[in-house]
Design a protein around this ligand. Structure first.
Ligand SMILES: *[C@@H]1O[C@H](CO)[C@@H](O)[C@H](O)[C@H]1NC(C)=O
Ligand SMILES: *[C@@H]1O[C@H](CO)[C@@H](O)[C@H](O)[C@H]1NC(C)=O
Length: 461
């Protein structure tokens, strides 16, 4: 998710290998690891492991919470396929206990070209983390994704579920034992998916998902014993995103508190709960200090930051929805510094954010592509912005894509149905131009967050 950049780079690093399939004609290439599959993060042709894993964690969480509702909408099989497309890839990318491939391609060389994936001529070099080049954040998030997905496959495909769980446990151990930020090991990811918040949130996140998947005390113990040192019970958040998972950890930990068997851990779980409440109250504008609340646009959309702001809104809508259902099920209300709210009010607020995203906003624009009478026509996405292979079987070269398609003011030839674009600026303004990547790029984790919310809303109908 970055601007096309016409600067070629040839950085080499010791933990770099070329992946299968190799580019025809290249020399000195060894087929070492099969990394076919997985997802690009957004509109370009780089596979970034960290946001890919977060996408799969979110989708899995949605299917765990709202599986029946997704099924009643006829989408459960699709959701499971989408999850498995990710987990199959993670299993392949985890080639040894302490090795995980976390990126294929790189932002710099990728942005030199604007090509359909079918024509891609850019570097497919792959990057890994290992014992000497740690990446606890990437390992932790991948472990969380696999653990969450293993819960879903337990009934329908127990063997696969076990396989996922096995990889999740190993990855968590690897991330915990060899500590470090993955962007220090895989420097090409810097500026694209830098782990700004560090890795402690992902380690807690992995542990709590492993606890949910296994019910093994050791994982709960990890979440409790590291609660303070890792910031789980000290960080008061206003953001939940591919980088920062504290709010998610805090929400899940507070839900554990309601179960009798966890009462003995009440002290620490209460601390988690107070921080979970902080996040929910922040979204509702019910914390005392304004910098403890999330800003809003004049039209009422939560506003965190300019670039792809909608991701934070979608993530918040999901967390609020899950939390409101938890309060409803346990017959609780939420005490915020500026007042008490019930589950209905929290869910209504989440719905208002979804309504905004779908068209109830000053631009009358649905930011979900394919939905409603007016939606973005020039999504910053290579496949969508260039004629499909079916229409044009010729080769579209590296810069030819820029000349003929990227710079073309016409709407995209392909409609990327279901893509949730970055959305409006802090004043609700939106300019539908392909080069406006901050507003027009759609990321997998934007849409993933809405799956559960849509399922919950569908149920109301
Ligand atoms: C918030 O403000 C109210 C009213 O001024 C005050 O009573 C309350 O203690 C404050 N709460 C927090 C958490 O600061
Ligand atoms: C949005 O719709 C409202 C009501 O139909 C209309 O008054 C307003 O001018 C529209 N705004 C834009 C930017 O199209």
């Amino acid at each position: 998710m970055a601007k096309p950049c016409h600067k070629a780079s040839s950085t080499l690093s010791h933990n770099v290998l070329v992946t299968y399939p190799t580019i025809k004609g290249s020399i000195g290439v060894t087929i070492l690891v099969d990394l076919v599959g997985g997802y690009y993060d957004a509109g370009d042709n780089v596979k970034f492991g960290l946001p890919m894993a977060f996408t799969v964690t979110l989708l899995s969480w949605a299917a765990i919470e709202y599986g029946e509702k997704i099924a009643s909408a006829g989408e459960y099989v699709h959701a499971m396929e989408a999850i498995k497309w990710g987990t199959d890839y993670f299993v392949k990318a985890h080639t040894q206990s302490n090795v995980l491939w976390v990126e294929v391609g790189d932002g710099e060389t990728d942005h030199y070209c604007w090509q359909r994936p079918e024509d891609m001529t850019t570097s497919r070099r792959a990057y890994k983390i290992d014992e000497n080049n740690p990446g606890s954040d990437a390992a932790g998030e991948t472990a969380a994704a696999l653990a969450a997905a293993s819960i879903l496959f337990r009934k329908t495909n127990p063997h696969y579920s076990q396989l996922l769980l096995h990889h999740a446990q190993e990855l968590f151990e690897f991330g915990d034992k060899f500590r470090g930020k993955y962007d220090e090991s895989v420097e090409v990811v810097k500026g694209y998916y830098t782990s700004v918040s560090g890795y402690m949130d992902e380690l807690l996140w992995a542990a709590i998902w492993l606890y949910k998947a296994t019910e093994k005390e050791e994982y709960l113990k990890y979440v409790l014993e590291n609660a303070y040192d890792f910031g789980g019970t000290t960080w008061a958040m206003t953001e939940f995103s591919w980088d920062v998972k504290y709010a998610g950890v805090q929400a899940i930990a507070s839900m554990l508190l309601m179960e009798e068997k966890h009462k003995k851990h009440e002290v620490i779980l209460e601390q988690y709960r107070s921080k979970a409440n902080h996040y929910i109250c922040a979204c509702l504008n019910l914390n005392n200090a304004s910098n403890d609340n999330v800003d809003r646009t004049p039209g009422g959309l939560l506003y965190i930051r300019q670039w792809n702001n909608i991701q934070y809104v979608a993530n918040a809508a999901f967390l609020l929805t899950v939390y409101s259902d938890h309060l409803l099920a346990t017959n609780q209300k939420l005490q915020c510094p500026k007042g008490e709210v019930d589950s209905n009010e929290i869910f209504s607020f989440a719905k208002s954010q979804v309504d905004y995203m779908l068209g109830s906003n000053p631009m009358n624009m649905s930011y979900l592509v394919g939905y409603g009478p007016k939606y973005p026509q020039r999504v910053h996405h290579r496949g969508a912005s260039i004629e499909s292979y079916k229409e044009n079987m010729g080769f579209i070269g590296c810069t030819q894509g820029f000349d003929n398609w990227y710079g073309n003011p016409k709407p995209n030839p392909n409609i990327l149905i279901g893509a949730l674009v970055g959305g409006p600026d802090r004043n609700d303004q939106f300019r539908d131009a392909r080069g406006n990547y901050e507003q027009l790029e759609a990321c997998t984790y934007n849409t993933a967050a809405l799956v559960g919310v849509f399922a919950r809303l569908y149920d109301l109908e």
